[in-house]
Design a binder for this molecule. Sequence first.
Ligand code: NAD
Length: 266
Amino acid sequence: MATQLTQDLTGQVALVTGSASGIGRDIAETYAKAGATVGIADINIEAAQKVVDAIESQGGKALAIEMDVTSEDAVNAGVQKLVDSFGSIDILVSNAGIQIIDPINKMSYDNWKKMLAIHLDGAFLTTKAALQHMYQNDKVGTVIYMGSVHSHEASMYKAPYVTAKHGLLGLCRVLAKEGAEHNVRAHVICPGFVKTPLVEKQIPEQAAEKGISEEAVVNDIMLVNTVDKEFTTVDDIAQLALFLAAFPSNVFTGQSIVASHGWFMN
Ligand code: NAD
């Protein structure tokens, strides 16, 4: 008999890092609408509280958690706060991220380390903290890493970003193998360019740096390899994150799913 797909997360507790803004915010709001209780974990606690207020005004349930994902103590305390408040953690979306652009010969070692700390150490630390609870029961646990087309492709001047996003594929694949016996699954979502503050900042910067118009940055650089010159949207990514969290089997574990209007087809 065909399985009925559900988009219902009622009774589930999710932690979304970097959810005070952009992609993470939309995922958190989408999960809350689907019935989940959501921890809004971000280094920017004021912005996180505004997301909580927005979710609560729609009848959802959420908790602001101040968390720098590069701090083991902050991550452990934040995950514990979520579990103490709501009893479990069933879904982790490791999404917090920044961008620093420079050619390799000019990239400072500090910036290299900062990028790897946020994107890779943050993914490891939040995963490790979540597994302490996910491995305690037989419930399905879902871990989603926010990769990028840059988990598969390189672009100039983004060495630490591309390196970190490739690294997430490795972490996801190991977790898929180790987590299977505990009913924990792992996925990487790989968006193309999405118009969030992280990207909007890059458009005028690149236009000034290259001496071209902002329109040229968008059409001839960012969207040049899409099939239709369209940005991926926060909602495209949130719907994919909902699909993966609600999917009734482990069939997609260990996989990365590219959502990019045809930029990089695998
Ligand atoms: P954004 O700037 O809108 O949001 C990022 C959030 O992460 C912010 O709320 C910020 O405060 C938070 N954050 C930053 N450092 C943190 C830290 N150390 N600890 C906790 N929170 C921290 O960016 P976005 O575009 O929504 O990006 C979210 C994720 O999606 C990132 O991992 C990014 O690499 C990835 N991504 C974005 C795009 C895109 O085009 N926007 C494409 C592919 C992948």
